[in-house]
Design a protein around this ligand. Structure first.
Ligand code: URA
Length: 434
């Protein structure tokens, strides 16, 4: 089958047959399609779209381009995937909560790129933590602890790896069928029984408008269903950072405080427990999402979730007593100074993306995929939309490695925050698609 004919057919808006999509994916995997052809295929799909059936075939073909995990565990295997946000440390709390309620969570996470943080970078700020263990260790930790937050240990959906890399540099990432197939091929390869998507909407998200977020959520849940994976999606608000901290070690500390009950950001708690409730109900560990929410809350309040997190950290090489005092183990930035409100008023808007970029500016994120991240830097005490500040009260504290980083981040924070009338408060869980 000629690759150029498959591209031509899609370019002209025709529906591809399963064998044509399969041939394209094989050619992406084995290198017989050139980068130019892969890029042209991506652009053709970008403009012409795909039917849900085509997207499902693309998903399954990419899943089968590499290894596929199979689990044999006494409970359901379930994961959550977020489309990425700022101050989004949900996974660190969610995985142990669901594990404490009887689920098994093999959470294969990514590193941060651009303005959004990556779960793997956060876990890497814990000394000794092996975030990319061998497969046997990964399996053992999931089976014994109930969850493991790790990076990719095996060749999961390698066709997507190549395709995504080419899409990233040819302006074809923002295609709903391609995003759908990309995310689901990896999740299906991880051998899940069920998946809950956290599709972020707003300024700090990949999908800025509610309509785009809803369209992505609908596409993912539909295609997942066609591919035999139970999947629900929550659309959650990203028009302000979710946690009051942004930055790797700082988000770990925010999460351990949350688990230990020392401090819980209200919107974060709502999102974490809602996702947990959905994961428990979609797997049958709870009868309804409301009951799942309550079970998750009980596991949090009872300390079981904190205990699971501590055991996971230890099992993956981190300190045995991490949860007894996480701060002792996390790198701290030498400069920790507040940014003062320039005027009195309610926080009327936050450019969330700008907050994420301030963390990158401090060295806590990547400009290029090969960059190292500084675990210690970032922002804490970020005030929420609607909060009333007097002139000179802190908007947040900047944790910087040096003076120049502090000044650059300060300018970005000041640019990101606007003061005036309080906006209408909204529920961070905007809708649920099942
Ligand atoms: N994340 C992915 O894994 N794939 C995409 O296409 C976009 C975001």
């Amino acid at each position: 089958m000629l690759i150029s004919e498959i591209i031509r057919k899609k370019r002209d808006g025709e529906t591809l047959m399963p064998d044509e999509i399969g041939a394209m994916v094989t050619a992406i995997s084995d290198g017989s399609a050139s980068d130019a052809q892969v890029a042209a295929f991506g652009m053709a799909v970008f403009f012409q779209g795909m039917t849900p059936e085509e997207a499902a075939v693309l998903t399954l073909s990419m899943r089968d381009s590499g290894d596929v995990f199979h689990w044999d565990l006494p409970g359901p295997v379930v994961d959550k995937h977020s489309t990425g946000g700022v101050g989004d440390n949900v996974s660190l709390m969610l995985a142990p909560i669901v594990a404490a309620c009887g689920g098994y969570v093999p959470m294969i996470s990514g590193r941060g790129l651009g303005h959004t943080g990556g779960t793997l970078d956060k876990m890497d700020s814990i000394p000794g933590y092996i975030s990319v263990p061998d497969n046997d260790t990964f399996r053992k930790v999931v089976a014994e602890v109930g969850c493991a937050i790790i990076g990719q240990t095996m060749k999961l959906a390698p066709a997507d790896g190549r395709f995504y890399g080419i899409r990233d540099v040819t302006a074809t990432v923002e295609s709903i069928p391609l995003i759908t197939a990309s995310i689901l091929s990896k999740k299906l390869a991880a051998g899940l029984d069920a998946l809950v998507m956290d599709v972020k909407a707003g300024d700090g998200a990949f999908m800025e408008t509610d309509e785009d977020a809803a369209a992505l959520a609908a596409s993912i849940t539909k295609v997942a269903g066609e591919a035999g994976l139970r999947c629900h999606a929550l659309i959650t608000d990203m028009n302000q950072p979710l946690a009051s901290a942004a930055g790797n070690a700082l988000e770990v500390l925010n999460a351990t405080d949350f688990l230990a009950g020392l401090h819980r950001d209200v919107r974060l708690e709502r999102v974490v427990l809602s996702l947990a409730g959905e994961m428990l109900s979609i797997t049958g560990l709870a009868d309804t999402r409301e009951q799942g929410f309550q079970r998750a809350q009980a596991a949090l309040e009872g300390g079981e979730a904190a205990e699971v997190f501590g055991r996971m950290v230890t099992a993956l090489g981190g300190p045995a007593d991490f949860m007894d005092g996480p701060k002792r183990y996390l790198d701290e930035a030498p400069i920790q100074l507040p940014v003062d409100a320039p005027e009195a008023g309610h926080v009327s808007a936050i450019k969330t993306r700008e907050i994420g970029l301030a963390v990158v500016e401090l060295g806590g994120g990547r400009r290029r995929s090969e960059d190292e991240v500084d675990p210690a830097v970032g922002l804490t005490g970020l005030v929420d939309l609607g909060m009333m500040l007097e002139k000179g009260e802190p908007i947040c504290t900047i944790h910087a490695r040096d003076e120049a980083g502090f000044e650059a981040a300060k300018a970005q924070v000041l640019d990101a925050y606007s003061f005036g009338d309080a906006p209408e408060a909204i529920d961070p869980v905007m809708s649920i698609i099942d």
